[in-house]
Design a protein around this ligand. Structure first.
Ligand code: PLP
Length: 253
């Protein structure tokens, strides 16, 4: 396949996803302009990001910091540093990788431990950089899900207190700009259950907002290829979409 064929294919699929976003927003009575599509390019090569760029995509998502750093360097070698591409780190961060994220990510969606937040803050301060971050919360209760424990946040005072303390500390750490929450839907669950996890995440953000007023709480990152319409109905402002735009990923995920 020539690059231009791939670009055209991506542009068509991206347009179809945009149309679904508009439809989902419209049926929820929301302005579609509130919803940012992050095109998830993990495991694809830098050439795929180039094709996505030519197709008009400006937000890309990677789940590993070293892969983000390498791909970003390769893309910027061709487009320069001012291409307008925004690089979202959407996967979890290990503490020995915080320097990579501090250096190369533009937004970090998966902050799931205070230890990581503190290290990131120090790394950012050293570089004089700021990084918008979202707290990943585990609302569904699936054991495989990462994130701050929020499985029973509505009725569990200890969970509420822990979430509040976390949000307050992160909001006060230099270099970190707390923007909101991120969550993942349960696997293979019926739509009602998935919708409920998203709605409960949104409710948690609304509960935190007046209690941690120094953060804007404007970002809710939820929804992927299989469930982004449900996420938008529940208030998502960022959807992270890979397969619907690029097709099945090459191995590596
Ligand atoms: C891979 C990934 C996505 C995208 O998944 P698709 O099903 O391809 O849309 C979204 N969010 C995270 C955190 C991911 O790791």
């Amino acid at each position: 396949m020539t690059p231009s064929t791939r670009t055209r294919e991506i542009a068509e699929r991206y347009a179809a996803v945009q149309a679904e976003v508009v439809a989902a927003a419209a049926s929820a009575g929301r302005d579609p302009a509130e919803v940012t599509i992050v095109a998830v390019t993990k495991t694809w090569p830098a050439e795929l990001v180039m094709a996505a760029y030519e197709a008009g995509i400006r937000h890309v998502g990677e789940n590993r910091p070293e892969e983000l750093a390498e791909k970003r360097a390769a893309v910027e070698a061709q487009l320069g540093p001012d291409s307008g591409l925004v690089w979202h780190l959407i996967g979890p961060l290990q503490s020995r990788k915080t320097a990579l994220a501090a250096q190369h990510a533009d937004v970090f969606h998966a902050l799931d431990r205070l230890k990581i937040a503190r290290r990131l803050s120090r790394e950012l301060a050293e570089r004089g950089r700021a990084l918008p971050v979202l707290l990943q919360v585990n609302v569904s209760g699936e054991e495989t899900k990462r994130g701050f424990e929020a499985t029973r946040w509505e009725e569990d005072a200890a969970q509420q207190a822990a979430l509040l303390a976390t949000a307050r500390e992160v909001a006060g750490l230099p270099g970190l700009q707390l923007r909101g929450l991120m969550t993942m839907a349960p696997w293979d669950a019926p739509p009602e259950l998935i919708g409920r996890v998203f709605a409960r995440t949104r409710a948690l953000a609304s509960w935190l907002a007046p209690r941690v007023p120094d953060a804007p709480w404007s970002a809710l990152s939820m929804g992927m290829t299989d469930d982004f319409a449900l996420a938008i109905a529940a208030g998502a402002t960022t959807v992270r979409i890979g397969r619907a735009i690029f097709g099945e990923r090459p191995a590596g995920d």
